[in-house]
Design a protein. Structure first.
Length: 110
């Protein structure tokens, strides 16, 4: 077993069942914690879990076949453990980047 066996894997889903709320496509970014030896194994486990997640929720939720894995460089998970990080490059300034990718006003209330 890998000395640092933990991965955080983000999968994307489409919730067509929520379209009636706002007449828009509603996407879910979901991160799961995976115990695996390699990135490949972590993604395989996450994709299997993503399919099960969809089955549990019904045919209105579709896994979009998109995974993004992050190897957690710790062997023990606890308070303040970084579980996901992604660095992207962009021509956008900080306010424009946040507005375009995060502050869309499209988040569904919980």
């Amino acid at each position: 077993m890998n000395d640092e066996p933990w991965f955080a894997v983000k999968c994307l889903f489409l919730h067509s069942d929520l379209k009636k709320r706002n007449n828009k496509n509603n996407f879910e970014e979901r991160i799961v914690l995976i115990n695996a030896n390699t990135f490949k194994e972590a993604i395989e486990k996450a994709e299997k879990e993503a399919e099960k997640y969809c089955l549990d929720l019904g045919k209105e939720v579709k896994y979009l076949k998109f995974c993004n894995a992050f190897h957690i460089g710790e062997n023990k998970i606890g308070d303040l453990t970084e579980i996901f990080s992604l660095i992207t490059s962009s021509e956008l300034g900080t306010e424009e980047y946040i507005s375009a990718h995060y502050d869309t006003g499209g988040d569904l209330p919980q």
